[in-house]
Design a protein around this ligand. Structure first.
Ligand code: PMP
Length: 427
């Protein structure tokens, strides 16, 4: 018999090359498909009559939040001002828009083999609160531990809640990002130290698996730089808003903490709706307003000697930042305009939303609504503006709402009072 092995090897080699090329083509075309114009996903999101179907675990409850018309602001402006209610009880675990982001970061880490459920792995994060709360509850749901670092000037109810969720909580004195003790740097360092001190099994299996299991690894979620953050909004909030509005949206308004929300939603909506105006809602003390309007990251409160307590000098929690993060970078070219909102205006808007609509909003949601009104006034009547209600006022009782005060019974505030609110109104 002739020796055919060389022919077999040769044929197998050519076949292998062809398969590899074909597989690469498939992968490339999938990648291109992903980066091409997003497809409206309305079919999958059409509302079903009757109660929502059964889902797997608390994480199955994340997303698909309501979009509702804020009656008072719509009536006042002649625009339709729509709010995405991210804080309703069953936005999954942590009851804020950060549920989407936390789940996306955990799932990506699992895909990459950085996190393994029930192996003692710990998720570390630096957060002003919401992301930590979402991560802590999802950690429980998915078999991890959570160690959360947050600045000590954030509302105490956030760290109390984290403790109830079984997280380790580090309240760190506020410090600029360049300092080691900054809450984000601390979370990153703790995760690295944890992984560094975890015994790694050699090929001869020197380390007892139980020892590795007991210590687990440390995973730094890194919401500011982790692109799983904006992708959660590109895959979730953006398509939901598009479907809920049947593609009719004139403006999208949102604040930026990491930038994940505004970038993810803008990246989804803009290619589908080229005339859409994307507006950043920025609290006082944040440098992003000037970055969007004039290309320079600067805030007047940042001048030497004028900074008060924190890096971003505002009573608003969760939004405002003085550096460009990867998540803001991902969408910054798509942001058309910015509205600056003072603390007094945010406080007045929060009171208005209770007084007129019974909406008990968190501080960033109040900033968003204020900026939505300004956008409505700029665009003129007849436009549809979508904004986010990221979390509830109950996360802000001891700080923001303590300053806002009780709304009182028979009050009749005018929208102009809200628009012109000044610091003296809240002394
Ligand atoms: N609102 C609240 C209460 C938040 O915690 C955050 C996140 N820091 C945001 C809004 C802003 O979202 P993003 O990080 O996507 O910019």
């Amino acid at each position: 018999m002739p020796d055919r092995s060389a022919i077999y090897v040769g044929t197998a080699f050519v076949a292998g090359v062809c398969l590899t090329i074909a597989y690469k083509d498939i992968l490339d075309s999938r990648r291109n498909e992903k980066s091409a114009k997003p497809k409206p996903q309305s079919d999958a999101l059409v509302a079903h009559s009757g109660p929502p179907e059964i889902v797997e675990g608390i994480e199955g409850c994340i997303g698909n939040t309501h979009l509702f018309r804020i009656k008072s602001l719509s009536d006042e402006t002649g625009c339709e001002i729509l709010a995405k209610a991210e804080a309703r009880f069953l936005n999954g675990a942590g009851q804020s828009s950060k549920d989407r982001v936390a789940l996306s970061m955990i799932e990506l880490a699992e895909e990459e083999g950085i996190l393994t459920p029930y192996s003692g792995d710990t998720i570390y994060e630096g957060t002003s609160g919401s992301t930590g709360i979402s991560l802590a509850s999802l950690a429980r749901a998915k078999g991890y531990l959570a160690h959360i670092c947050l600045p000590s000037d954030q509302a105490i109810e956030k760290s109390n809640l984290l403790l109830k969720l079984g997280a380790i909580v580090d309240r760190v004195p506020p410090a600029p990002i360049v300092e080691k003790e900054n809450f984000i740097n601390r979370a990153r360092a703790l995760a690295a130290a944890h992984t560094g001190s975890t015994p790694v099994a050699t090929e001869d299996g020197e380390v007892e698996p139980s020892e590795r299991m007991a210590r687990g690894r440390g995973f730094f979620a890194d919401q500011f730089e982790n692109e799983a953050n904006w992708r959660a909004h590109y895959d979730g909030s953006g398509p939901e808003i598009y479907a809920q509005c049947n593609g009719k949206i004139d403006a999208f308004v949102a604040g930026a903490g990491t930038g994940g929300t505004i970038s993810g939603v803008a990246r989804y909506l803009k290619p589908l709706l080229p005339d859409l105006t994307v507006v950043l809602a920025d609290p006082q003390g944040s440098g992003l307003y000037n970055r969007v309007r004039y290309g320079v990251m600067f805030d007047v409160k940042e001048r030497e000697g004028t900074r008060r307590r924190r890096q971003v000098d505002t009573i608003v929690e969760g939004i405002g930042v003085n550096r460009v993060t990867a998540n803001f970078e991902a969408g910054k070219e798509l942001i058309d305009d910015a509205v600056r909102v003072t603390d007094a205006q945010a406080l007045a808007m929060a009171r208005w939303l209770v007084e007129k609509d019974g909406i008990f909003a968190g501080s960033s949601s109040a900033v968003n609504c204020f900026a939505a009104v300004k956008t409505a006034q700029k665009l003129g009547p007849g436009h549809r503006i979508v904004t986010m209600l990221s979390d509830s006022g109950s996360r802000h009782l001891s700080r923001f709402w303590a300053k806002a005060g009780d709304v009182g019974g028979a009050v009749d505030t005018k929208l102009s009072d809200v628009l012109n609110a000044r610091d003296e109104d809240f002394q």
